[in-house]
Design a protein around this ligand. Structure first.
Ligand code: FES
Length: 97
C-alpha cells in the first residue's frame, strides 16, 4: 500500500466515523425531544429513568435528604445526569416545607 492509498483509506474511515456520530446525535436528540414532551405531560422530571416529581418528593419525605440517596432510591439522575439540578431543587423545596 502506498501513501496515497493509506491517506485515502483513512479519510474514508474518518468520514464514516464522523457521519455515524452525526446520525447517533440526531437520533438521541429526537429521542430526548419525544421523551421530554411525554415527560411534561406526565410530570416526569428525570426523562431517562421516567421518574416523576411526586416520586422524588416521596423519597425525601421517607428520609432521603441528599441527591445521592434520592438517586439510589428512585434512579433519578442515574443516566445522563441532566436532571440533577432540578432534582436537587425539588429536594431543597421538600426539605423546606
Ligand atoms: S434526565 Fe435524569 S438521568 Fe437523564
Amino acid at each position: 500500500m502506498n501513501l496515497i492509498h493509506y491517506v485515502w483509506i483513512n479519510l474514508i474511515l474518518l468520514y464514516n466515523i464522523y457521519d455515524g456520530i452525526g446520525d447517533k446525535m440526531d437520533k438521541r436528540e429526537q429521542y430526548l425531544k419525544i421523551r421530554k414532551e411525554q415527560a411534561d405531560k406526565d410530570g416526569v422530571i428525570c426523562v431517562c429513568k421516567q421518574v416523576t416529581e411526586r416520586r422524588i418528593r416521596k423519597a425525601v419525605r421517607e428520609g432521603r435528604r441528599r441527591f445521592i440517596s434520592v438517586k439510589q432510591a428512585t434512579e433519578a439522575g442515574s443516566a445522563c445526569g441532566m436532571c440533577q439540578p432540578i432534582v436537587e431543587d425539588i429536594i431543597k423545596d421538600e426539605l423546606n416545607k
